[in-house]
Design a protein. Structure first.
Length: 397
């Protein structure tokens, strides 16, 4: 059996459009070589079948985090967050944190989300200009999350940059020159969330952190709860920011798709799913192999790591017709951008969908056109699709 091609996340991150490169990798076989003891899975059928495979786990050995992140605070943090925990610890954490993030709970807050969207897009109604990152995508998710966790809105601006820096640690490998600033961002966010717990301990309210203050240490340690709230603030902010900015950039370049939305705003939900498929904010999901797994005739042994290439799977021609085209009417749309279903379904999936759908409905209902207002500026970070700026010109209805 010949040697599979090499997968280089840093090189892919530099591409404005990595999907042709993914197509070439899929054509060469179902597996690529990753880093040490890593295999990358690129085809939809394999990725979709593995995201919830019981032979794989999300909980990595401490040595893996030490090599990837440099040990210390970052390795300790990643050992706590439920993204990297298996049952029973994952089950406990998800039960404690998940109540406010169910589809029903998010739907109950729909008017609040719509109100924030309306406030943030009001300036665009006045002057027809919008930077989808700095004026909308950077602000909407953190405002919504602040409402959920009980954070004072006055402190929101100071959270954005540490959360953005912390996102570097969620790559499969953090370069040494980025580790010091990432550790500093983590420590800052830990201190801020610790202070929030202390505040809610003294004066509880109706929010996630107030409820977590009542959790017994035997159920989950305070440090684990603090780290998972830090994770919520990062994950709910960063990935939704990238969905919104990338989605609006894609729509601005395709006026025919916005016209379809304007004609039928009820398609907003389908449009969100298509934007998630078309340019998934999170491009990969990592899993450790617990039992032998065969892929394309090669047996992956226990202890190896599988990198599931979600972005590549979402563009697999064997599953999606015309995958390189954006089609807001696409249905069904079984993308794997939230990692499939099962116990590791993204906790904030319903919230991200609600925020994006609210933005699309507002834009479709209040603007007759949206086009690029200048060159977009990408943030080149491995395993994510992110922007620093997406200037737009909009024509109010």
């Amino acid at each position: 059996m010949g040697l599979p091609p090499k997968y280089d996340p840093s090189a892919l991150a530099l591409l404005d459009d990595p999907y042709p490169a993914y197509r070439r990798l899929r054509a060469q076989g179902p597996l690529c070589r990753g880093g040490p003891a890593q295999w990358v899975v690129t085809r939809y059928a394999d990725v979709a079948g593995l995201v919830n495979d019981a032979r794989l786990g999300a909980e990595f050995a401490e040595e893996y985090h030490r090599i990837a992140l440099g040990g210390g605070d970052l390795a300790d943090f990643f050992g706590h967050v439920m993204l990297n925990r298996d049952p029973p610890a994952h089950t406990v954490l998800r039960r404690l944190l998940g109540r406010e993030f169910t589809t029903r709970a998010v739907r109950d807050r729909g008017r609040r989300i719509d109100g924030i969207v309306r406030d943030l897009l009001a300036p665009a109604l006045a002057d027809g200009r919008l930077d989808a990152v700095t004026q909308l995508a950077d602000k909407l998710p953190i405002r919504v999350l602040a409402d959920f966790v009980g954070m004072d809105p006055e402190h929101l601006d100071e959270v954005r940059e540490p959360a953005r820096i912390l996102s570097q640690a969620f790559a499969t490998y953090l370069p040494e020159h980025e580790r010091a600033e990432t550790v500093a961002a983590l420590r800052w966010m830990r201190d801020r969330v610790t202070a929030l717990f202390e505040e809610k301990q003294r004066a509880p309210a109706h929010d996630v952190v107030s409820r977590l203050c009542e959790v017994d240490e035997a159920t989950a340690t305070r440090r684990a709860l603090i780290d998972n709230v830090v994770f919520l603030l990062f994950a709910g902010f960063s990935t939704t920011t990238d969905l919104l900015s990338g989605g609006l950039a894609a729509l601005a370049a395709r006026p025919d798709q916005l016209a379809i939305l304007r004609a039928d705003r009820d398609l907003a939900g389908r449009a969100v799913e298509e934007l998630l498929r078309f340019d998934a904010p999170v491009q990969v999901k990592s899993r450790v192999v617990h039992e032998p797994v065969e892929i394309g005739g090669r047996v992956i042994r226990p202890g190896r790591v599988l990198i599931l290439a979600l972005g590549s799977a979402n563009h697999d021609e064997d599953r999606f017709a015309r995958p390189a085209e954006l089609d807001v009417t696409r249905h069904p749309n079984p993308h794997v951008s939230f990692g499939g279903g099962g116990i590791h379904l993204c906790l904030g999936a319903a919230l991200a969908r609600a925020e994006a759908a609210s933005v699309l409905r507002f834009i479709a209902g209040h603007f007759t056109a949206m086009e690029p207002g200048g060159p977009a500026v990408r943030r080149h970070i491995p395993n994510f699709r992110s922007y620093l700026s997406v200037p737009l010109r909009l024509t109010p209805a």
